[in-house]
Design a protein around this ligand. Sequence first.
Ligand code: SF4
Length: 626
Amino acid sequence: MNDLFPYPLRPGQDGIIRLIRDSVRGGRCVVLESGTGTGKTSVSLAGALEGISGTARKVVFLTRTKSQQKQVAVEARAIGARTDVICIAVQGRGPATCPMMLSDRDLSDGTSEELSKLCAELKKGTGPAGKCSYFENIGSTEVEACISFIRARHPDPEEFRDFCAARGICPYETVKKLLPYANVVSAPYAFFFIPAIKNHFLQWMGVSDREVVVIVDEAHNLPSYLRDSMTCRCTARSLDLADSEADRNGNPLLVQDISCKDIVQLMRDIMADAQKEYLRRESDMIPPDYLGEEMMVRLGMTSAGVRDLVMRLAEVGISIEESKKAKRKLPRSHLSSLAGFIYAWMSFDSYSHVFLVSGGDNPYLEAYCLDPGEAAEPLSTCLSSVSMSGTLSPLKDYAGEMGLEDPVSEVFPSPFPKENLEVFYVNDVSTKFSEINSDDGTYDRLKRYVVDIVGASDRSTAVFFPSYGVMERFVEDKVPDALGREVYFERRGMPQSELMEQISDFLGKEGSVLFAVTGGRGSEGLDFPGRQLELAVIVGIPFAHPSAKQDALIGYCQNRFGNGWDMAVRVPAVRKMRQAIGRLIRSEGDRGMAVILDRRVASLDGLDAKLTSDPVAEVRRFFQSH
Ligand code: SF4
């Protein structure tokens, strides 16, 4: 067995490959936690490919980020060097895959839906917008050249884009033509979990979902991804934009006496009244039928009448989009988005969604998805799915949320020596709101701990905070200056390019310090192998900020699974800390220590942390012996 696995097997890897292979052959779903060093990407690919060998089925490897797609390409290249396996990466339309966008700055902030509409017009080439030459250039000779290139080089997505750029062809459209040749296709989550995209995706590949094995990488992110994808929001600013759009387009009448601007004003009034009636904190719940009923009462219409009106609003939005397309502009309409929001809100129910109004600078109405089960259905309807992550436990909670019946579930621990990682916590501080803001000295002790623990070694160190707010307080109080070391930051709302610059500078200067947020981009998905990171200080437990949404989620998990606080609060917080600690050990020779500054660790399962009264001495001892 394991003909497809391209490396010498480490302990435990053959077990994972066999488990996936047999589950795929039996058409079963797999839920697994596999620790650092189990080689998740390569073993899952090898197991899934063995499971479909001798058939025309395909493996679809779903990732959350583009960098994870690159990793899939690296592993598929190693497999492809010994076999005829072909791996192709699909990415959404964006500057990297659509050269037309690169040549027109106005298009660069378009959503993939807007770009898709414009692209469809340019591919037809019959309207006033003209043709897309990058599409016109894709002939059968080009497709054959691409296939030869892929067979010979097994390129990653960037190498493939460069190849297309040199030939003047569109990477996005070329990939679509190549998918039938692929055994492995890597794609962002959206390609399999957004129904309209999934249908096209299957068509391009030339398979049904019963001929696809889906691997979900970093699957612990999937429930929140699916919740977000099923959530809709209407903000005060989006209403302003819709209002201006109505003005620019002559404020069309929808039915007699009711214009687009009237609907925008109606939404503003409803939002303001909902705030007066229900808002007691940052955001609060409102009745599910509030919007629909208020529209009916205020407009004097039946529900069918309101639906017709919303349909008319959508038609006005579509005609605005059409006229923009004809001018090669992004087909964006805020009136169309408003119609989509009202329609979606009225079609959700109180089992799957909670309905909210907020205050603040940019108040909103939001239908937040509690139950991601419906959106997760593709995991159950495909031939077999493999959900995996280094931090997926408790597996039965994940399977329950995703609606997976009787999956094969297993935890594969890291094969690396346990003594290479030590985790401690202290019991005289916490970041609980009432304690960090009290006058009992908690906050001062936290600052002292950070300064002393970082100062106890000269190793590269990350300080992870439970929120940007707590990190900003430490920065305002000049804690970075007190460290006497170079400090780099993952700041609130920082563009990805700036964050990567900070990370790259941190990696380039051994012994420096990174301030980041537990659960943020610096604590998940980035690798810090070897001496690039050896000490992590976790300032407090990153429990979710108390809010109406959080209360609703706890209630939903309690009603559905009987463990609301655990599923909605404890598990996500522990998972974020495990992800942050996981940055320390990326290979067999890595060693690292983590210190959690929060007494509440004592009552949390799943962290395997030892109590210490002297974390500074523990840090000195650990690094003296390593
Ligand atoms: Fe962009 Fe390609 Fe569509 Fe042309 S065909 S608009 S380059 S995605």
